[in-house]
Write a protein that binds this ligand. Structure first.
Ligand SMILES: Nc1ncnc2c1ncn2[C@@H]1O[C@H](COP(=O)(O)OP(=O)(O)O)[C@@H](O)[C@H]1O
Ligand SMILES: [Mg+2]
Length: 248
């Protein structure tokens, strides 16, 4: 579903690599959590996976398509919700969704059926005729999510999806991720919120300073670090070298 081999990226003028020789495989049908502290390289990695940034080195494969050789097919099989959705403020919600539906070639009947489902769930139906610039941040996130799922992508990618959502919306987002894998798809999302990862993920990868420092199920990570029974927060702090942090 998603495979990264030796992927590296250094931003222009930066002295260190933002992503450093990353190897990662996300398997079909799993919810994979990409964990790491601020600045670890999560967003940079995701932007390379969705084709917004070009890696300096390495190979990316999405749903069997090599991203460098067959970028269009790769991108067509992805749905992506960025950390700060950059929607078109002067379009209405409905105009935006129809634009996305056209880009991905979703036919009218299918489009209507899927939109009805998500818009009702998100209570966005009444706002559809309003300009996006009048939407709250949460509403914009929900609109972005609806657009990203409109073509039912085999691989659904979300960058810090829970930030800025109220508890009800965040609950909805989690259910949607679960539904998506239950329908045979794959979800890859980044977060620095450990509880979310613990609740949702089949496997997690932990990235720190651009390098993958751990990968596996929670149980595997606990065992590997000899911390059987310890909680995720302790493990995370230890692995990301913040062990001196005061415990509450
Ligand atoms: N556009 C950019 N230009 C230069 N450096 C950047 C840019 N975006 C991110 N970085 C740097 O790359 C590193 C990884 O950042 P990022 O991928 O955003 O991390 P995360 O999403 O895990 O918080 C950080 O050191 C950050 O400062
Ligand atoms: Mg980020």
């Amino acid at each position: 579903m998603l495979k990264l081999e030796g992927v590296s990226k250094r931003y222009k003028g930066a002295s260190v690599l933002a992503v450093d020789n990353l190897n990662l495989e996300v398997r079909p049908g799993e919810i994979f959590g990409f964990l790491g502290p601020n600045g670890a390289g999560k967003t940079t990695t995701i932007k390379m996976v969705v084709g917004l940034l070009t890696p300096d080195q390495g190979k990316l494969e999405v749903n069997g398509h090599d991203l460098a050789r067959d970028p269009l097919a790769a991108k067509h099989s992805i749905g992506y919700v960025p950390d700060k959705p950059d929607l078109y403020p002067r379009l209405t919600g409905l105009e935006y969704l129809n634009l996305i539906g056209d880009v991905y070639g979703v036919d009218g009947a299918t489009r209507k059926q899927r939109l009805d489902h998500y818009l009702e769930m998100f209570e966005l139906t009444a706002a559809l005729g309003d300009l996006i610039q009048s939407y709250s941040r949460g509403m914009q996130q929900k609109l972005a999510l609806t657009g990203a799922l409109l073509h039912q992508p085999p691989l659904f990618i979300l960058d810090e999806p829970m930030v800025g959502l109220d508890p009800r919306s965040s609950h909805l987002f989690k259910n949607i991720m679960r539904d998506h894998v239950n329908q045979g798809n794959t979800v890859f999302f980044s977060t620095h919120v450990l509880e979310v990862a613990e609740q949702l993920c089949h496997r997690v990868g932990i990235i720190n300073k651009g390098q993958l420092i751990a990968c596996g199920t929670m149980d595997e990570l606990r065992q590997a670090s000899g911390q059987v029974g310890s909680n995720l927060e302790k493990l995370f702090l230890e692995l990301t070298d913040a062990g001196g942090y005061d415990e509450e």
